[in-house]
Design a protein around this ligand. Structure first.
Ligand SMILES: Cc1cc2nc3c(=O)[nH]c(=O)nc-3n(C[C@H](O)[C@H](O)[C@H](O)COP(=O)(O)OP(=O)(O)OC[C@H]3O[C@@H](n4cnc5c(N)ncnc54)[C@H](O)[C@@H]3O)c2cc1C
Length: 399
């Protein structure tokens, strides 16, 4: 039976995240967007409220929650501030390779500290020369005795300057593409690892993004995740787990855009009437609502698949592609409804519009999601109609 009812615990968790977003995120979103400062005080509060690192199992000190619960939380938070939520959620992205492929010692050593105090872990996959083509990683890794040595550059790494730990992807031989990729846990204070200055961004300005330079970074072999050559699989499994949450982020941002637009229509008068009296505007709000509802259903299905079925690659890509387009469309319509005021920073929709764009880019662009879906439709999908009959059939049935 299909049941959309949340459990008592899920409802309470969502309420807690909503209250947190309203009390600690939304009122400070403008400040951090303007200054580009890292929102330490907010993240500290978030950690204290038990709203970070939700997937860490109970045996390592975390709450051991599923993808569904994480999605419910990030929808609320992203409605408060997308940038802060990126800073908060990147701990889940950074930790996911350890959850997927770590042994118990690695989990004890690197997951438990995240639950004991505010610590940061970042995911270092992308490079200046590649983001979509994960198999094209150029960062090299070489085995030397009981160590691995890393050399290369990573780029666009969220929270890199704050990170205590990185999960890093590197290649034994770039000509072997995905077959040569390996994943590692790297302590940020390892000799030879440096982070660059945070780059200036269009949106999500409450999260930091910078390069990570690896020069003869020597790490013990026990810091490898899985085995040599398993890195690509670990990265793909990571995305299958985290993309439903990006869809939930996008849904939260779209919901906030609709709510700000709805509010504005009750106040602004044009041609002697409130905006919300015009059917064109009412229909814009209706379309926003429709799209948000559909985006939410898609992330819920993707998260449910991750939690209860297994491989969530396809529903996660579908949810991410759909919900991130919805965020962009709804934020754009929210700006439109605000007219000139939508284009200046006097109202929040200007920020939401800038923030929405990133969802279509990080954790696999919208085009990459469509590549995954197209490959599935053409070679994995089982047609429900089986064999397609000949269309030009002029014979009546003989039964
Ligand atoms: C603010 C921010 C934070 C980020 N955080 C992280 C992080 O924490 N960790 C991390 O590892 N990375 C991070 N990234 C990197 C992000 O994941 C990449 O930017 C993204 O995957 C796209 O890669 P790219 O920028 O190299 O674009 P490219 O791969 O160069 O793509 C350029 C364009 O070509 C399209 N394209 C690519 N391949 C194809 C194809 N085969 N067919 C059709 N079109 C194609 C893309 O969709 C895109 O439109 C972050 C990026 C940003 C902007």
């Amino acid at each position: 039976m299909i049941d959309f009812t949340l459990t008592k615990e899920q409802t309470e968790l969502r309420e807690r995240a909503r209250e947190f977003a309203q009390k600690y995120m939304l009122p400070y979103a403008h400040y951090y967007d303007k200054t580009g400062e890292f929102p330490y005080p907010i993240l500290q509060k978030c950690w204290e409220a038990g709203l970070m690192n939700l997937a860490i199992p109970k045996e390592y000190g975390g709450p051991g929650l599923g993808s569904l619960e994480q999605c419910l939380v990030v929808e609320e938070m992203a409605a408060g501030c997308a940038g802060m939520t990126t800073s908060i959620y990147v701990n889940s992205l950074g930790a996911e390779p350890i959850l997927i492929a770590g042994n118990s010692e690695q989990k004890e050593k690197y997951l438990r500290p995240l639950t004991e105090s505010l610590n940061f872990i970042s995911f270092a996959c992308s490079e200046p020369g590649m983001g979509s083509d994960v198999a094209g990683i150029q960062t090299r890794v070489k085995k030397e005795g009981s160590h691995y040595v890393l050399n290369g550059s990573k780029f666009w790494i969220t929270n890199a300057p704050q990170a205590d730990t990185f999960t890093v992807f590197a290649s034994l031989d770039p000509s072997m593409r995905h077959k040569a990729l390996c994943a590692f846990i790297v302590d940020a204070d390892t000799q030879g690892l440096k982070t660059g200055r945070p780059v200036e961004k269009m949106g999500h300005r409450a999260s930091t993004t910078s390069s990570v330079i690896l020069r003869d970074v020597k790490i013990p072999e026990e810091n490898m995740l899985g085995t040599e050559g398993e890195g690509f699989k670990i990265a793909m499994k990571t995305f299958a787990m985290t993309r439903p949450a990006i869809a939930a982020f996008a849904t939260g941002l779209a919901r906030a855009s609709m709510e700000f637009a709805r509010d504005y229509t009750t106040k602004r008068e044009v041609f002697g009437e409130k905006l919300n009296n015009f059917e064109v505007i009412q229909f814009k709000l209706a379309d926003m609502y429709l799209k948000i509802e559909a985006a939410r259903l898609m992330y819920l299905k993707a998260a449910w698949t991750a939690d209860f079925v297994g491989d969530s690659t396809i529903p996660a890509s579908a949810a991410k592609a759909f919900a991130t387009d919805v965020a962009m469309e709804v934020a754009s319509e929210a700006v439109q409804i605000h007219g000139g005021y939508g284009y200046i920073d006097q109202y929040p929709v200007e920020k939401l519009f800038r923030d929405a764009k990133l969802y279509q880019i990080y954790e696999g662009t919208s085009e990459v999601q469509r590549l995954i879906l197209a490959r599935y439709v053409l070679s994995g999908y089982e047609p429900a109609m089986g064999k397609i009959p000949r269309w030009y059939n002029n014979e009546p049935p003989d039964f």
